[in-house]
Design a protein. Structure first.
Length: 424
Protein backbone atom coordinates (compact mmCIF):
# COMPACT_ATOMS: atom_id res chain seq x y z
CA UNK A 1 0.00 0.00 0.00
CA UNK A 2 1.17 3.52 -0.76
CA UNK A 3 1.66 5.95 2.13
CA UNK A 4 -0.43 8.61 0.37
CA UNK A 5 -3.62 9.71 2.08
CA UNK A 6 -6.98 10.12 0.38
CA UNK A 7 -6.04 13.49 -1.11
CA UNK A 8 -2.77 12.24 -2.57
CA UNK A 9 -4.41 9.16 -4.08
CA UNK A 10 -7.15 11.23 -5.68
CA UNK A 11 -4.58 13.68 -7.09
CA UNK A 12 -2.63 10.77 -8.57
CA UNK A 13 -5.81 9.46 -10.22
CA UNK A 14 -6.77 12.79 -11.75
CA UNK A 15 -3.24 13.82 -12.74
CA UNK A 16 -3.05 16.15 -15.70
CA UNK A 17 -6.42 16.88 -17.24
CA UNK A 18 -7.10 14.15 -19.79
CA UNK A 19 -8.20 14.93 -23.33
CA UNK A 20 -10.85 12.21 -23.43
CA UNK A 21 -13.19 10.17 -21.26
CA UNK A 22 -11.37 7.07 -22.47
CA UNK A 23 -8.12 8.34 -20.93
CA UNK A 24 -9.85 8.83 -17.59
CA UNK A 25 -11.32 5.32 -17.94
CA UNK A 26 -7.82 3.89 -18.40
CA UNK A 27 -6.57 5.70 -15.30
CA UNK A 28 -9.53 4.42 -13.30
CA UNK A 29 -8.92 0.85 -14.49
CA UNK A 30 -5.30 1.06 -13.23
CA UNK A 31 -6.14 2.85 -9.97
CA UNK A 32 -5.16 1.20 -6.65
CA UNK A 33 -8.61 0.77 -5.11
CA UNK A 34 -7.26 -1.17 -2.13
CA UNK A 35 -5.00 1.71 -1.17
CA UNK A 36 -7.93 4.13 -1.41
CA UNK A 37 -10.14 1.99 0.83
CA UNK A 38 -7.32 1.50 3.33
CA UNK A 39 -6.65 5.24 3.40
CA UNK A 40 -10.33 6.09 3.83
CA UNK A 41 -10.85 3.51 6.58
CA UNK A 42 -7.60 3.69 8.48
CA UNK A 43 -6.03 7.11 7.81
CA UNK A 44 -8.78 9.61 6.98
CA UNK A 45 -8.49 12.93 8.79
CA UNK A 46 -11.54 14.27 10.67
CA UNK A 47 -11.94 16.93 7.97
CA UNK A 48 -11.86 14.32 5.18
CA UNK A 49 -14.42 12.18 6.98
CA UNK A 50 -16.70 15.17 7.55
CA UNK A 51 -16.51 16.13 3.87
CA UNK A 52 -17.23 12.54 2.84
CA UNK A 53 -20.34 12.42 5.05
CA UNK A 54 -21.72 15.66 3.58
CA UNK A 55 -22.38 14.01 0.21
CA UNK A 56 -22.89 10.36 1.15
CA UNK A 57 -26.42 8.99 1.35
CA UNK A 58 -28.86 6.43 -0.04
CA UNK A 59 -29.83 7.55 -3.54
CA UNK A 60 -33.43 7.58 -4.75
CA UNK A 61 -32.43 5.11 -7.48
CA UNK A 62 -31.70 2.42 -4.91
CA UNK A 63 -27.95 2.53 -4.34
CA UNK A 64 -25.81 3.68 -1.43
CA UNK A 65 -23.35 6.44 -2.35
CA UNK A 66 -20.09 7.33 -0.62
CA UNK A 67 -18.48 10.50 -2.02
CA UNK A 68 -14.75 11.00 -1.58
CA UNK A 69 -13.57 14.57 -0.88
CA UNK A 70 -13.01 16.86 -3.87
CA UNK A 71 -9.49 17.71 -4.98
CA UNK A 72 -8.88 21.47 -4.67
CA UNK A 73 -9.03 23.17 -8.04
CA UNK A 74 -10.60 20.18 -9.80
CA UNK A 75 -14.24 19.63 -10.79
CA UNK A 76 -14.03 15.83 -11.10
CA UNK A 77 -15.50 13.71 -8.28
CA UNK A 78 -14.94 10.09 -7.29
CA UNK A 79 -17.76 8.13 -5.65
CA UNK A 80 -18.50 4.57 -4.55
CA UNK A 81 -21.91 3.13 -5.45
CA UNK A 82 -23.23 0.05 -3.65
CA UNK A 83 -26.34 -1.87 -4.75
CA UNK A 84 -27.47 -4.55 -2.33
CA UNK A 85 -30.28 -5.67 -4.64
CA UNK A 86 -32.16 -4.41 -7.67
CA UNK A 87 -34.29 -1.36 -6.84
CA UNK A 88 -38.06 -1.61 -7.16
CA UNK A 89 -37.95 1.50 -9.35
CA UNK A 90 -35.06 3.40 -10.90
CA UNK A 91 -35.78 6.53 -12.92
CA UNK A 92 -34.13 6.91 -16.34
CA UNK A 93 -31.84 9.95 -16.34
CA UNK A 94 -28.82 11.56 -17.94
CA UNK A 95 -25.98 13.44 -16.24
CA UNK A 96 -24.38 16.87 -16.14
CA UNK A 97 -21.02 15.26 -16.79
CA UNK A 98 -19.42 12.40 -18.64
CA UNK A 99 -18.94 9.35 -16.46
CA UNK A 100 -16.46 6.51 -16.32
CA UNK A 101 -17.11 3.66 -13.92
CA UNK A 102 -15.21 0.56 -12.79
CA UNK A 103 -17.10 -2.46 -11.46
CA UNK A 104 -15.39 -3.61 -8.27
CA UNK A 105 -17.74 -6.43 -7.26
CA UNK A 106 -20.82 -8.16 -8.58
CA UNK A 107 -22.07 -7.19 -12.03
CA UNK A 108 -23.74 -3.99 -13.22
CA UNK A 109 -26.57 -3.89 -15.76
CA UNK A 110 -26.72 -0.63 -17.71
CA UNK A 111 -29.95 -0.03 -19.61
CA UNK A 112 -30.08 2.90 -22.02
CA UNK A 113 -33.07 4.63 -23.58
CA UNK A 114 -33.77 6.97 -26.46
CA UNK A 115 -36.68 9.19 -27.42
CA UNK A 116 -39.08 7.61 -29.88
CA UNK A 117 -42.59 7.54 -31.21
CA UNK A 118 -43.14 4.13 -29.64
CA UNK A 119 -42.21 3.14 -26.13
CA UNK A 120 -43.34 4.07 -22.63
CA UNK A 121 -44.69 7.47 -21.67
CA UNK A 122 -42.81 9.08 -18.76
CA UNK A 123 -43.09 12.30 -16.83
CA UNK A 124 -40.15 14.53 -17.69
CA UNK A 125 -38.39 16.56 -14.99
CA UNK A 126 -35.46 18.95 -14.82
CA UNK A 127 -33.17 18.09 -11.89
CA UNK A 128 -31.35 21.12 -10.47
CA UNK A 129 -28.62 20.35 -7.91
CA UNK A 130 -28.13 22.72 -5.02
CA UNK A 131 -24.89 24.50 -4.23
CA UNK A 132 -23.46 23.55 -1.85
CA UNK A 133 -24.65 19.94 -2.03
CA UNK A 134 -26.49 17.81 -1.21
CA UNK A 135 -30.05 18.42 -2.27
CA UNK A 136 -31.88 19.22 -5.47
CA UNK A 137 -35.07 20.73 -6.90
CA UNK A 138 -37.30 19.22 -9.59
CA UNK A 139 -39.18 21.18 -12.27
CA UNK A 140 -41.80 19.31 -14.30
CA UNK A 141 -41.35 19.79 -18.07
CA UNK A 142 -44.20 17.64 -19.43
CA UNK A 143 -44.09 14.13 -20.81
CA UNK A 144 -41.67 12.13 -22.97
CA UNK A 145 -41.79 8.75 -24.66
CA UNK A 146 -38.72 6.57 -24.10
CA UNK A 147 -37.90 3.35 -25.88
CA UNK A 148 -35.27 0.77 -24.98
CA UNK A 149 -31.94 1.27 -26.77
CA UNK A 150 -29.56 -1.25 -25.18
CA UNK A 151 -28.94 -3.55 -22.22
CA UNK A 152 -25.31 -4.26 -21.30
CA UNK A 153 -23.91 -6.17 -18.33
CA UNK A 154 -20.53 -5.01 -17.02
CA UNK A 155 -18.67 -7.61 -14.93
CA UNK A 156 -16.31 -7.12 -12.01
CA UNK A 157 -12.98 -5.83 -13.29
CA UNK A 158 -14.48 -4.04 -16.29
CA UNK A 159 -14.50 -0.28 -16.81
CA UNK A 160 -16.89 1.60 -19.07
CA UNK A 161 -17.64 5.21 -20.08
CA UNK A 162 -20.96 7.00 -20.50
CA UNK A 163 -21.53 10.33 -22.30
CA UNK A 164 -23.48 12.96 -20.36
CA UNK A 165 -26.45 13.00 -22.73
CA UNK A 166 -27.12 9.24 -22.52
CA UNK A 167 -30.39 8.41 -20.73
CA UNK A 168 -29.92 5.26 -18.66
CA UNK A 169 -30.62 3.34 -15.48
CA UNK A 170 -28.10 1.15 -13.68
CA UNK A 171 -28.47 -1.64 -11.19
CA UNK A 172 -27.17 -5.09 -10.28
CA UNK A 173 -27.30 -7.69 -13.03
CA UNK A 174 -29.47 -10.70 -12.09
CA UNK A 175 -28.11 -14.04 -10.97
CA UNK A 176 -25.29 -12.88 -8.70
CA UNK A 177 -25.05 -13.41 -4.95
CA UNK A 178 -22.77 -10.57 -3.96
CA UNK A 179 -23.93 -6.95 -4.01
CA UNK A 180 -22.71 -4.78 -6.87
CA UNK A 181 -20.08 -2.12 -6.20
CA UNK A 182 -18.79 0.46 -8.66
CA UNK A 183 -16.20 3.22 -8.42
CA UNK A 184 -17.56 6.09 -10.51
CA UNK A 185 -15.50 9.05 -11.69
CA UNK A 186 -17.60 12.06 -12.64
CA UNK A 187 -15.81 14.44 -15.00
CA UNK A 188 -16.23 18.21 -15.15
CA UNK A 189 -19.89 19.26 -15.61
CA UNK A 190 -20.90 20.40 -19.09
CA UNK A 191 -24.50 21.43 -18.24
CA UNK A 192 -26.26 22.95 -15.23
CA UNK A 193 -29.16 20.48 -15.04
CA UNK A 194 -30.07 16.89 -15.79
CA UNK A 195 -33.18 15.20 -17.18
CA UNK A 196 -35.05 12.70 -15.04
CA UNK A 197 -37.98 10.57 -16.23
CA UNK A 198 -40.49 8.77 -14.02
CA UNK A 199 -43.30 6.37 -14.96
CA UNK A 200 -46.49 8.19 -15.84
CA UNK A 201 -48.11 7.11 -12.58
CA UNK A 202 -45.26 8.36 -10.40
CA UNK A 203 -44.34 11.93 -9.52
CA UNK A 204 -41.49 13.98 -8.09
CA UNK A 205 -41.99 16.80 -5.56
CA UNK A 206 -41.84 19.99 -7.65
CA UNK A 207 -40.39 23.31 -6.54
CA UNK A 208 -39.14 22.26 -3.12
CA UNK A 209 -35.64 21.28 -2.10
CA UNK A 210 -35.23 17.52 -1.74
CA UNK A 211 -32.67 16.70 0.94
CA UNK A 212 -31.57 13.09 1.46
CA UNK A 213 -30.39 12.25 4.98
CA UNK A 214 -26.61 11.99 4.90
CA UNK A 215 -24.65 9.19 6.51
CA UNK A 216 -22.95 9.55 9.86
CA UNK A 217 -19.20 8.85 10.18
CA UNK A 218 -19.96 5.38 11.56
CA UNK A 219 -22.30 4.66 8.64
CA UNK A 220 -19.66 5.74 6.14
CA UNK A 221 -17.01 3.56 7.80
CA UNK A 222 -19.40 0.59 7.84
CA UNK A 223 -20.00 0.90 4.10
CA UNK A 224 -16.33 1.32 3.32
CA UNK A 225 -15.53 -1.78 5.36
CA UNK A 226 -18.24 -3.74 3.59
CA UNK A 227 -16.94 -2.61 0.20
CA UNK A 228 -13.40 -3.68 1.13
CA UNK A 229 -14.73 -7.14 1.99
CA UNK A 230 -16.80 -7.37 -1.21
CA UNK A 231 -13.79 -6.40 -3.33
CA UNK A 232 -11.79 -9.17 -1.65
CA UNK A 233 -14.56 -11.74 -2.26
CA UNK A 234 -14.67 -10.66 -5.91
CA UNK A 235 -10.91 -11.19 -6.20
CA UNK A 236 -11.27 -14.64 -4.60
CA UNK A 237 -14.06 -15.53 -7.02
CA UNK A 238 -11.81 -14.70 -9.97
CA UNK A 239 -8.99 -16.88 -8.59
CA UNK A 240 -11.44 -19.75 -8.22
CA UNK A 241 -12.82 -19.19 -11.72
CA UNK A 242 -9.32 -19.51 -13.17
CA UNK A 243 -8.77 -22.75 -11.27
CA UNK A 244 -12.02 -24.30 -12.52
CA UNK A 245 -11.30 -23.31 -16.14
CA UNK A 246 -7.66 -24.48 -16.15
CA UNK A 247 -7.09 -27.12 -18.88
CA UNK A 248 -5.67 -29.48 -16.24
CA UNK A 249 -9.13 -29.79 -14.65
CA UNK A 250 -11.09 -32.60 -16.26
CA UNK A 251 -14.36 -30.64 -16.28
CA UNK A 252 -12.86 -27.28 -17.29
CA UNK A 253 -14.98 -26.88 -20.44
CA UNK A 254 -18.29 -26.77 -18.62
CA UNK A 255 -17.87 -26.56 -14.84
CA UNK A 256 -18.22 -22.79 -14.48
CA UNK A 257 -21.23 -22.12 -16.75
CA UNK A 258 -23.10 -25.37 -16.09
CA UNK A 259 -22.41 -25.87 -12.43
CA UNK A 260 -20.89 -23.03 -10.42
CA UNK A 261 -22.81 -20.22 -12.09
CA UNK A 262 -26.01 -22.24 -11.72
CA UNK A 263 -25.24 -22.76 -8.03
CA UNK A 264 -24.67 -19.02 -7.77
CA UNK A 265 -27.96 -18.18 -9.47
CA UNK A 266 -29.90 -20.62 -7.30
CA UNK A 267 -28.23 -19.31 -4.14
CA UNK A 268 -29.11 -15.76 -5.16
CA UNK A 269 -32.79 -16.74 -5.41
CA UNK A 270 -32.71 -18.55 -2.09
CA UNK A 271 -31.10 -15.53 -0.43
CA UNK A 272 -34.26 -13.57 -1.28
CA UNK A 273 -36.05 -15.91 1.14
CA UNK A 274 -33.34 -15.58 3.81
CA UNK A 275 -32.32 -11.91 3.86
CA UNK A 276 -30.45 -12.31 7.15
CA UNK A 277 -27.84 -14.63 5.61
CA UNK A 278 -24.34 -13.32 4.97
CA UNK A 279 -24.25 -12.94 1.19
CA UNK A 280 -20.46 -12.53 1.03
CA UNK A 281 -19.89 -15.80 2.88
CA UNK A 282 -22.40 -17.64 0.70
CA UNK A 283 -20.62 -16.33 -2.40
CA UNK A 284 -17.21 -17.43 -1.15
CA UNK A 285 -18.59 -20.84 -0.16
CA UNK A 286 -20.16 -21.42 -3.59
CA UNK A 287 -16.84 -20.85 -5.35
CA UNK A 288 -14.72 -22.66 -2.76
CA UNK A 289 -16.62 -25.90 -2.23
CA UNK A 290 -15.11 -27.92 -5.13
CA UNK A 291 -11.67 -26.30 -5.20
CA UNK A 292 -9.83 -29.50 -4.25
CA UNK A 293 -11.53 -31.30 -7.12
CA UNK A 294 -10.28 -28.64 -9.55
CA UNK A 295 -6.71 -29.05 -8.30
CA UNK A 296 -6.59 -32.86 -8.24
CA UNK A 297 -9.42 -34.03 -10.55
CA UNK A 298 -11.00 -35.95 -7.70
CA UNK A 299 -12.79 -34.99 -4.49
CA UNK A 300 -10.09 -33.75 -2.11
CA UNK A 301 -11.83 -32.22 0.85
CA UNK A 302 -8.70 -31.50 2.87
CA UNK A 303 -7.14 -29.67 -0.07
CA UNK A 304 -10.33 -27.63 -0.46
CA UNK A 305 -10.03 -26.55 3.16
CA UNK A 306 -6.28 -25.94 3.40
CA UNK A 307 -5.59 -24.44 -0.02
CA UNK A 308 -8.91 -22.64 -0.04
CA UNK A 309 -8.05 -20.92 3.25
CA UNK A 310 -4.80 -19.69 1.72
CA UNK A 311 -6.60 -18.28 -1.32
CA UNK A 312 -9.14 -16.51 0.91
CA UNK A 313 -6.36 -14.87 2.92
CA UNK A 314 -4.43 -13.91 -0.20
CA UNK A 315 -7.55 -12.15 -1.49
CA UNK A 316 -7.50 -9.95 1.60
CA UNK A 317 -10.25 -11.50 3.71
CA UNK A 318 -9.83 -11.36 7.48
CA UNK A 319 -9.38 -14.35 9.77
CA UNK A 320 -12.93 -14.47 11.20
CA UNK A 321 -14.35 -14.51 7.66
CA UNK A 322 -11.87 -17.21 6.54
CA UNK A 323 -12.59 -19.34 9.61
CA UNK A 324 -16.35 -19.21 9.03
CA UNK A 325 -16.16 -20.06 5.32
CA UNK A 326 -13.73 -22.94 5.90
CA UNK A 327 -15.95 -24.29 8.69
CA UNK A 328 -18.98 -24.06 6.38
CA UNK A 329 -17.08 -25.87 3.61
CA UNK A 330 -16.20 -28.64 6.07
CA UNK A 331 -19.91 -29.05 6.84
CA UNK A 332 -20.74 -29.30 3.14
CA UNK A 333 -18.12 -32.02 2.74
CA UNK A 334 -19.77 -33.98 5.56
CA UNK A 335 -23.27 -33.80 4.06
CA UNK A 336 -23.61 -37.62 3.92
CA UNK A 337 -23.24 -37.84 7.74
CA UNK A 338 -24.50 -34.48 9.05
CA UNK A 339 -28.05 -33.20 9.28
CA UNK A 340 -27.54 -30.01 7.28
CA UNK A 341 -31.07 -28.85 8.05
CA UNK A 342 -29.58 -27.78 11.41
CA UNK A 343 -26.53 -26.08 9.89
CA UNK A 344 -26.07 -22.29 9.67
CA UNK A 345 -28.30 -20.71 7.05
CA UNK A 346 -25.33 -19.96 4.77
CA UNK A 347 -24.55 -23.69 4.64
CA UNK A 348 -28.18 -24.60 4.00
CA UNK A 349 -28.35 -22.13 1.12
CA UNK A 350 -25.11 -23.28 -0.50
CA UNK A 351 -25.91 -26.97 -0.01
CA UNK A 352 -29.44 -26.67 -1.40
CA UNK A 353 -28.23 -24.61 -4.36
CA UNK A 354 -25.46 -27.13 -5.07
CA UNK A 355 -27.87 -30.05 -5.04
CA UNK A 356 -30.48 -28.24 -7.15
CA UNK A 357 -27.84 -27.23 -9.71
CA UNK A 358 -27.38 -30.91 -10.56
CA UNK A 359 -31.06 -31.10 -11.49
CA UNK A 360 -31.01 -28.32 -14.10
CA UNK A 361 -28.94 -27.88 -17.23
CA UNK A 362 -26.87 -30.67 -18.77
CA UNK A 363 -25.17 -31.99 -15.60
CA UNK A 364 -26.27 -35.63 -15.92
CA UNK A 365 -25.85 -35.62 -19.70
CA UNK A 366 -22.28 -34.38 -19.31
CA UNK A 367 -21.56 -37.29 -16.96
CA UNK A 368 -22.48 -39.69 -19.75
CA UNK A 369 -20.44 -37.68 -22.28
CA UNK A 370 -17.34 -37.84 -20.06
CA UNK A 371 -17.69 -41.59 -19.49
CA UNK A 372 -18.47 -43.07 -22.93
CA UNK A 373 -16.75 -46.39 -22.19
CA UNK A 374 -18.76 -47.28 -19.09
CA UNK A 375 -21.85 -49.54 -19.41
CA UNK A 376 -25.13 -47.67 -19.44
CA UNK A 377 -26.51 -49.55 -16.44
CA UNK A 378 -23.55 -48.40 -14.33
CA UNK A 379 -24.06 -44.81 -15.41
CA UNK A 380 -27.77 -44.96 -14.59
CA UNK A 381 -27.08 -46.51 -11.19
CA UNK A 382 -24.51 -43.82 -10.44
CA UNK A 383 -26.99 -41.11 -11.40
CA UNK A 384 -29.56 -42.59 -9.01
CA UNK A 385 -26.97 -42.63 -6.23
CA UNK A 386 -26.18 -38.98 -6.94
CA UNK A 387 -29.88 -38.07 -6.98
CA UNK A 388 -30.39 -39.79 -3.63
CA UNK A 389 -27.52 -37.87 -2.05
CA UNK A 390 -28.69 -34.54 -3.44
CA UNK A 391 -32.33 -35.00 -2.49
CA UNK A 392 -31.96 -36.62 0.92
CA UNK A 393 -28.76 -34.98 2.22
CA UNK A 394 -28.08 -31.73 0.35
CA UNK A 395 -31.36 -30.06 -0.63
CA UNK A 396 -32.62 -29.10 2.81
CA UNK A 397 -34.43 -25.79 2.34
CA UNK A 398 -38.20 -26.16 1.89
CA UNK A 399 -38.35 -23.55 -0.90
CA UNK A 400 -35.82 -25.54 -2.93
CA UNK A 401 -37.51 -28.89 -2.30
CA UNK A 402 -40.93 -27.56 -3.31
CA UNK A 403 -39.59 -26.02 -6.52
CA UNK A 404 -37.47 -29.02 -7.55
CA UNK A 405 -39.63 -32.01 -6.62
CA UNK A 406 -40.86 -32.41 -10.20
CA UNK A 407 -37.35 -32.17 -11.66
CA UNK A 408 -36.08 -34.74 -9.19
CA UNK A 409 -38.87 -37.19 -10.09
CA UNK A 410 -38.28 -36.74 -13.83
CA UNK A 411 -34.53 -37.40 -13.52
CA UNK A 412 -35.16 -40.55 -11.50
CA UNK A 413 -37.31 -41.83 -14.36
CA UNK A 414 -34.53 -41.00 -16.83
CA UNK A 415 -32.16 -43.01 -14.65
CA UNK A 416 -34.42 -46.07 -14.98
CA UNK A 417 -36.76 -45.79 -11.98
CA UNK A 418 -40.00 -45.97 -13.97
CA UNK A 419 -43.55 -45.75 -12.62
CA UNK A 420 -46.08 -48.55 -13.09
CA UNK A 421 -48.33 -46.32 -15.22
CA UNK A 422 -47.66 -43.17 -17.23
CA UNK A 423 -51.05 -41.75 -18.24
CA UNK A 424 -52.90 -42.16 -14.95
Amino acid sequence: MTDAGIGGLLESLLGERAVSTEEYAKRLADFDVGALLDAALDHATPAELTTTCEESYTHANGFEKVSFPPVPGRAERLRLHLWRRAPLQADPHNHRWALTSRVLAGALRSTTFEAGATGTVHRHYRHRPHTPPPGCTFDELGSATLQLASVIDHLAGQTYALPPETVHVAGPAPGRIDPTVTLALELAPVTQDTDVYTPAGAAKPVGTRVMPPCYTPDEVRARLGEVRQLVAVSAFREVMRRAYTAPTFRHHRWYVPYHLELVERLAAELLDHYPGADRAKVSALVWLHDYGKALHNSPSHQVTLSEGALRLREAGLDEPFVADVVAYARMLDRAPELDLSRAPVEVRIASSADGCAHLVGPFFHLYWWENPDRPHDQLMAENLRKLDKDWHRKIVLPEARAAFEGRHRMLREQAGELPERFLT
